[in-house]
Ligand binder design. Structure first.
Ligand code: DC
Length: 217
């Protein structure tokens, strides 16, 4: 079974996807983290993200592994290093390189083969798993999304700066040559504004397991 969730930054999809995977006891794959890991690896090696040939060469030989929802680059657990302002700024540029998207999508399909997964990102419902059993698009207003990111406490930016940074990322994410962020046909759209994590979880679960609907409505 594949549960695919897409949505813009701060829509709550990572929190919900992780929770769903934990409770349904299936593998959680955060595709954004794979783009972030590649960005981290390039920055560590002094590779400029705008130098796409070097970025692709790096990605082709990088060893990325996923274990219990945590991500490893060349056997180092780098999960805690992925949400700096520098990675936030550079990951959208790296993820706009089309051959990089093919490498990442291939990796995601390989990890998911033959197992049950909750997978989230920008093009999971449209490009990578258009035939997934369950497909969702989570959304929220820019104000809500910026406030959530601010409250995570991983950024040194002010609320206004985070709002502007998210708007810039949205712009890149929605205008990619491949894998752009969009509401794919047939997905269930959920606005998470004003919903707690548990309420969002309950709504998604009601679609995934309609037999539980009475318990969760
Ligand atoms: O979800 P996130 O903010 O951690 O994603 C990091 C970057 O990677 C962001 O710019 C969007 C991009 N991304 C993408 O292009 N496709 C995906 N499937 C997931 C993320």
């Amino acid at each position: 079974m594949v549960i695919a969730i897409d949505g813009p930054a701060g829509s709550g999809k990572s929190t919900i996807a992780r929770l769903l995977a934990e409770r349904l006891q299936v593998t959680y794959i955060n595709s954004g983290n794979i783009y972030r890991v590649l960005t981290l690896g390039c920055l560590k090696k002094g590779i400029e993200i705008k130098n796409s040939d070097s970025v692709i060469a790096f990605a082709e030989q990088a060893h990325i592994a996923y274990r219990e929802g945590e991500i490893f680059l060349d056997r180092e657990n780098v999960d805690a290093l992925l949400h700096s302002d520098e990675i936030d700024k550079n990951a959208p540029l790296l993820s706009a390189i089309v051959p990089i998207r093919r490498i990442v999508n291939g990796l995601i399909r390989k990890i998911s083969k033959g197992i049950d997964v909750v997978v989230e990102g920008r093009d999971m419902t449209s490009v990578v798993f258009p035939d997934a059993e369950h497909r969702f698009y989570l959304d929220a207003s820019i104000e809500t999304r910026a406030k959530r990111r601010f409250e995570q406490g991983t950024s040194e930016l002010s609320l206004e700066e985070i709002t502007a940074a998210i708007q810039r990322r949205d712009q890149i994410d929605r205008n990619k040559a491949e894998g752009s962020l969009k509401i794919a046909e047939g997905v269930t759209v959920l606005d998470t504004m004003g919903l707690t994590i548990e309420q969002t979880y309950d709504k998604l679960l009601a679609y995934i397991r309609p037999q539980n609907k009475k318990m969760v409505s």
